[in-house]
Design a protein around this ligand. Structure first.
Ligand code: KG4
Ligand code: ZN
Length: 332
């Protein structure tokens, strides 16, 4: 098989329009992320129809910028990888169609990438020597999963959320507290000024299995604020964040022990959370585990992680068929 060097990654699964050039699944030559946050903020969340229209407008200049910043010519792109799911179907279609068109025009392979697999590969971009097997705590706006990464492309899902994803809980609580969208970074910032022990919010299923549940916690926050209208919002944010981090870390530690892994990595937008990062580091130090915390830019949606996962997919499975389309709800 050819040695696909320069992979163009394209990511449009939600509200970031992103493109990147990554060499051999490891070295980032460019990573451009154009966020649509300002477009959606006034609606308090992502509006799917507006997101797909914005991707149509933004994708061409974002791809061009990624190629220019990488210092290569279009002819030097060896393959095009795009997120095909999970995500918003209209948004996914924009990236997938563009990737297929470029692969046909440039006569290079197209590879369809699972967005969740992309998040798993974010750690490898910054720690190329990362050793498998590994447990990855994948926490984003749409997913909360504990994954046993046994080898490249070889995963067991050990636990998942039964209701809300961790990021969804951050976004819903932030909206209730009037902190706007996106909620995760807003709660993270406000929590810095609050007391994480001020309110003892419930830790659902903390000591029970590897699945998660966050909808009860969200309801508890709402009930607490209703009963105590003068409560300090910073204390609510810090106590809520503490409860989420506590459950995530307790389960991740249990998962690592259960499968006998030696390392724990985190990924997905919520992995950018300051308190979660601190708690993961503390737990790994205490348990003698290697901790892998991608930079914040690699935790949230980007195309470099898609290019990296695409490179591994190309080498394991070869190119995707050109009729491999977008799918809104694929699993890992
Ligand atoms: O991975 P991501 O960028 O997109 C999805 O694939 O969902 O994750 C977005 C989620 C949002 O729910 C956002 O509020 C959350 O990640 N998030 C955070 C932080 N930064 C982003 N949650 C907590 N603390 C943060 N600092
Ligand atoms: Zn994501």
């Amino acid at each position: 098989m050819a040695n696909f060097e320069n992979i163009l990654g394209i990511e449009t699964s939600c509200d970031e329009t992103a493109a990147a050039i990554v060499v051999a699944g490891k070295t980032i030559r460019s990573s451009v992320v154009s966020s649509q946050i300002d477009i959606h903020a006034r609606y308090g969340g992502v509006v799917p129809e507006i997101a797909s229209r914005a991707h149509v407008e933004l994708l061409t200049p974002v791809v061009a910028q990624a190629v220019v910043e990488a210092g290569i010519e279009n002819e030097e792109v060896d393959a095009v990888a795009a997120t095909y799911g999970p995500g918003l179907i209209g948004s996914l279609l924009v990236g997938v169609s563009a990737a297929k068109a470029l692969s046909l025009v440039w006569d290079v392979p197209y590879v369809a990438v699972n967005h969740l697999e992309g998040h798993l590969y974010a750690s490898f971009l910054e720690e190329p020597e990362l050793e498998l097997p590994l447990v990855v705590l994948l926490v984003s706006g749409g997913h909360t999963q504990l994954i046993h990464m046994k080898g490249h492309g070889d995963y067991d899902v050990l636990g998942s959320t039964l209701d809300d994803a961790a990021g969804e809980a951050f976004d819903k609580v932030a909206r209730y507290l009037g902190l706007g969208y996106p909620g995760g970074p807003a709660i993270d910032a406000l929590a810095m000024e609050g007391d994480p022990e001020a309110i003892s919010f419930p830790r659902a299923m903390r000591n029970d299995g590897l699945d998660f549940s966050f909808s009860g916690l969200k309801t508890s926050v709402v009930n607490h604020v209703r009963k105590n209208p003068d409560v300090d919002a910073a204390d609510v944010a810090a106590s809520f964040q503490e409860a989420v981090a506590d459950v995530l870390v307790a389960k991740a530690r249990r998962a690592v022990k259960q499968v006998g892994a030696t390392g724990l990595a985190i990924g997905g937008g919520v992995a950018a959370n300051s308190r979660l990062r601190e708690a993961v580091l503390d737990a790994c130090t205490e348990d003698g585990l290697q901790a892998f915390l991608p930079s914040r830019a690699m935790c949230t949606d980007n195309a470099a992680m898609i290019a990296a996962a695409g490179w591994h997919r190309l080498h394991s499975d070869g190119p995707s068929r050109i009729d491999q389309g977008a799918e809104s709800s694929v699993r890992l």
